[in-house]
Design a protein around this ligand. Structure first.
Ligand code: PRP
Length: 218
């Protein structure tokens, strides 16, 4: 493997990275360096397999992959859709499952049925815009927020929200309901289009092995 180029992985910090590393470990791909919780290192290397790994904020993963600073990325489908970067989505890893939904108080359903000009608060303006304009053909005002989106209809900032629903408990505890489902979400593997050509054999082999593990576990 002396002359082999490193394959670099960008992983979304947190639970998705942990689950991805556990999955890769089943293939015999480990990165012991990454397990040291006290380490301040940002990039981790597996010399034997010529692999590098780094962790980044979710929305930065498609950016690293689009520019080729990482060959491969693992991040939520929500982030991929919102970023709209030129990357190949190659695999649904099956974990991190949740849904992108339009939510609000139950009586906000009428605004959707009547296609009213409402305010939509969201952390995902591109997904919300695409859904309202191209799927529902409804003109709305999108308000970008950075978190705790459920607050918006409660304090009167918006009529509805577009947000991730996993267990539904945040909605329930705040008196909100799902009004419509936008799309299912889960962790996806993305690949830089040039890397896909240059490292086709290594990436294809990795995908083949991952698919057989995922099939076995399904
Ligand atoms: C996400 C999402 C919802 C919540 C949904 O927020 O935006 O608020 O989780 O999960 P549930 O259906 O299991 O209750 P997150 O915790 O990531 O933080 P944020 O609100 O600051 O975005």
């Amino acid at each position: 493997m002396k002359d082999t180029r490193y394959l670099t992985f960008a992983l979304c910090k947190g639970r998705l990275a942990k689950q991805t590393l556990e999955l890769l470990e089943e293939l015999g791909i480990t990165c012991e360096e990454m397990k040291d919780k006290d380490s301040r290192k940002l990039i981790f290397v597996n010399e034997e397999l010529k692999l590098k790994f780094f962790l980044s904020k979710g929305p930065d993963v498609p950016t690293y992959v689009e520019y080729g600073a990482a060959d491969i990325g693992v991040v939520g489908k929500d982030t991929i859709l919102e970023a709209g970067k030129k990357v190949h989505e190659v695999l649904d890893l099956g974990f991190g499952k949740c849904k992108m939904c339009v939510c609000g108080p139950a009586d906000a359903k009428k605004y959707l049925e009547n296609h009213e000009l409402i305010r939509v608060a969201t952390k995902y303006p591109n997904i919300a815009k695409d859904y309202f304009y191209n799927t529902r053909h409804q003109t709305v005002e999108i308000i970008k927020l950075n978190g705790s989106i459920e607050l918006a209809p409660i304090v009167g900032l918006s009529e509805v929200i577009v947000d991730i629903v996993e267990t539904g408990s945040t909605l329930k505890e705040n008196g909100l309901v799902v009004l419509d489902e936008v799309c299912p979400l889960s962790a996806r593997m993305i690949v830089n289009p040039v890397s896909m050509r240059l490292e086709n054999d290594r990436i294809k082999e990795l995908l083949y092995k991952l698919r057989s593990i995922l099939k076995r576990e399904a």
